[in-house]
Write a protein that binds this ligand. Structure first.
Ligand code: HEM
Length: 406
């Protein structure tokens, strides 16, 4: 594939005519990422009127400098400050300090290491029971039967969202909408929005205090509002941010880890030989898959990135998925390798907005991979996996697996 690059004047960003939201690119984005990296530290994406970055070494400092690269323009391509935005901004991911610091501090206190310790045993037991049942069946789908089934039960239960027959389906639909909404208003987004219209009342109700089961961390968010630590209007929006951000990303990573292990017997044997590598397996899958493929920032002044000028108030599409496979940063970037140090991958972002739920995600991921490693002797693909195409979420739709009991 060739990618037309038009050089402009010295110091201005080269113009790149690629479409990150094209089906074929979403299926296999890595050639497009290479083109963005080769174009320069920052390029201009003519189709969408935004700047774009793909090199690891240039992205790192941008994500760490919230004063220059603000989150207030929104996590997606659209500018949520402009009239007509399809949803209000998130009170955590789409605000800057000091407002961000205040909300994040409260959430960090709620999601304390003590609370996570209380969840660990339940998370591990649920994973072990589920994996045991699936191994008895022999063949199963790694997405539908395992990662989605597991995360859609453990995470909303921990949040304290009332269970119902439609909960799982509705939550994944909301996730799909959230991540499609971070791209352009294309046919994919419109179709998801149409489907989501049908569950909008359920969605609005599920952010309310009444939908929270006592004892979950959702209830604690409303209690923080009672205590005056955050505004009353902020509490349901925070629950919404958790519902939208915590489910699909974790599911995608678990599915990816299972896929890489099932297609590479040497890596599977390495994990069996040293089960303490479950954390590396989870992080390596996160690096390669990068479930949230990109985040956006807005320049607060004219800036120069590695010699290229970007005007004030420009939206920059930051390709985390590209940084995580940048050959200048990673040796053999496309290989799943349990011996590598995954330190510095950007799948969880970095800087003040670095994922606040990463310990929860890791606990879920490690629980599943631990159960699989101990209960399964051989893990293989039982067919070709398929992808679910989304404007920003990279994930598998199906993952046919065959497992024998250990
Ligand atoms: C493997 C799974 C996950 C991945 C790959 C992931 C990825 C990310 C990324 C890239 C960001 C930074 C966004 C930015 O800089 O604009 C982020 C922030 C965030 N994540 Fe996650 N996430 C995961 C799991 C979770 C879970 C389980 C939760 C909830 C418990 C969660 C809640 C959040 C929240 C609330 C933020 C906003 C933090 C802030 O702005 O300070 N995430 N996540």
């Amino acid at each position: 594939m060739t990618h037309p690059v038009m050089q402009q004047g010295r110091g201005t960003a080269p113009v790149l005519d690629v479409d990150p939201y094209d089906d074929a690119v979403l299926e296999q984005p890595h050639a497009m990422y290479a083109a963005v990296r080769e174009a320069g530290p920052v390029a201009y994406l003519s189709r969408y009127g935004v700047h774009v970055m793909g090199r690891h070494r240039d992205i790192m400092p941008v994500l760490k400098d919230w004063e220059t690269y603000s989150s207030t323009g929104g996590s997606g391509l659209g500018d949520i400050r402009k009239p007509g935005a399809w949803r209000p901004g998130s009170p955590i991911v789409e605000v800057d300090p000091p407002r961000h610091t205040q909300v994040r501090t409260v959430l960090q206190r709620i999601l304390s290491p003590g609370l996570l310790r209380q969840w660990r045993e339940g998370f591990e037991k649920a994973a072990d029971e589920l994996v045991q049942r699936l191994v008895e069946r022999g063949e199963f789908d790694g997405v539908d039967d395992l990662s989605e089934a597991y995360v859609s039960q453990t995470f909303p239960d921990a949040l304290g969202l009332k269970d119902s027959p439609e909960r799982r389906r509705n939550l994944f639909l909301l996730g799909e909408l959230n991540f499609d909404g971070q791209g352009p208003r294309n046919a994919r987004f419109e179709a998801t929005q149409k489907r989501a219209d049908e569950i909008w009342d359920w969605y609005l109700d599920s952010m309310k205090r009444e939908a929270m089961v006592p004892g979950g961390f959702g209830e604690k968010i409303f209690q923080a509002a009672d205590a005056g630590e955050i505004d009353h209007e902020t509490a349901p929006l925070l629950v919404r941010s958790f519902l939208r951000g915590g489910l699909d990303s974790t599911t995608s990573t678990i599915s990816a880890a299972l896929w890489y292990l099932a297609k590479d017997p040497a890596q599977w044997r390495a994990l069996k030989a040293d089960p303490s590598k479950v954390r590396t397996a989870f992080d390596e899958a996160m690096r390669l898959e990068t479930p949230i493929q990109n985040v956006c920032r807005q320049t607060m002044r004219e800036v120069e990135i590695d010699g290229v000028t970007v005007p004030d108030d420009s939206k920059i599409l930051i390709l985390l998925g590209s940084a995580n496979r940048d050959p200048d940063q990673w040796e053999r970037p496309d290989e799943f390798d349990l011996t590598r140090s995954t330190f510095g991958h950007l799948a969880l972002g970095t800087g003040v907005h670095m994922c606040i739920g990463q310990m929860v995600a890791r606990m879920e991921g490690e629980a599943v991979l631990k159960a699989v490693t101990s209960r399964v002797a051989s893990l293989e693909l039982a067919g070709e996996p398929t992808r679910a195409l989304n404007n920003n979420l990279r994930s598998l739709k199906t993952l046919p697996l065959k497992a024998t009991a250990a």
